[in-house]
Design a protein around this ligand. Sequence first.
Ligand code: ZN
Length: 431
Amino acid sequence: MPGKVLLRLDPGAVRDLASNLAGGSILISATNGKTTTTRLVSGAIRAAGQEVVTNAAGANLLSGVAAALAEAAPRTGSAACGVFEVDEAALPAVAEAVQPSALLLMNLFRDQLDRHGELESIAERWSRMLAVLDPLPHLVVCGDDPLLAALPPAGAPVTWFGIDDPSAGSASLSHASDSTTCRACGTPLQYAHAWIGHIGDWRCPSCGLARPRPDISVVDAGLDGARGSRPLIRTPEGDVRLALALPGLHNVLNAAGALAAAMALGVPAATAATAISAVPAAFGRAEAMSVDGRRVVMLLAKNPAGANENLRTLMLDEGEHDLLVALNDRIADGRDVSWVWDVDWEPLLPRVRRLTATGERAHDLALRFRYGGLPEDRLLVQPDPAAALEAALAAVPPGGTLEVLPTYTAMHEIRAELVARGVAGEFWNAP
Ligand SMILES: [Zn+2]
């Protein structure tokens, strides 16, 4: 709201305030991982002794960036650096206003079709943005995403990051993968390895276009179940080992992007690695809490690629699983919930002890799980999130873990219940 008021009073406010940041600005955009990665980059820049201005509460439209800049203006030193997460569709307008010194482009997955349209339309808008930005910012790009690899204009300053660990990911694409044809000639791409969805070591068998060799690459993913990961990352300054409180290959890739971005902004690799390792999970993103002697882990799941990564992470842990899955269909979740049919729930369902389906579209979820083979006696449908949390917790034995997979607004509702119980902080105060 403060940002909307400011922009109404002074439409040029973002440009003026951002130009006062002597440390420059970086904009971070992606379908998945923006909030987490923004925190990692902020931590690395602070560790290098620089003040940071950031939209920490996840308000990632132009108004959110305006509010963060205005709020920080009276107190920031002249050397402050802006680190902003930006919604994919809002990125061209925000970049035009902020004139960033660097852009971190991480991934594009199918998400909120009703709002964003197909992936190609976002990529097209990003491409037009890069054609008009002057001067062109330093680009930090995940070249393992073929859609992003095609974006940088010839001669642009680019740092590529990616994964080079053949033991991670799989040898073939999952059926939920997006964007698997060559941007240059339309031929289906071939993958030596697929890391996450269509992100992988790709090449076009027809025209020879291939994944750019990463400047910053994960040579050992070091996954450690739902607890975290210890990736080894190769950089031009030597190898660094991270110890992340964040689980899953997607977070390893987020950390590699954050490291590449921090280095592009002049932070030494070793300083950035230590700082990135010290950042705790963002609210609702692999956030862990303790409730009545049970552990509650919240893994935001709002599109097929993100949900599949979270399921793959959960599968790393042996034994039976107690799940609370929450599906809402408000604007911030995407009104179209058909994506739940593209998520690979099937491998996890035989290991489910109890699955509680909740949210406004709880019955759609329940139908999905019944088609996935989950027996009726392991499934509870409770549309009310507070009652569902209560029932799901009651079914978890003491010392056990409840894994919560919510969409965006459902995550806030369930967190509000946990805040009311005193086990979670308000999200705007969350670490
Ligand atoms: Zn081709």
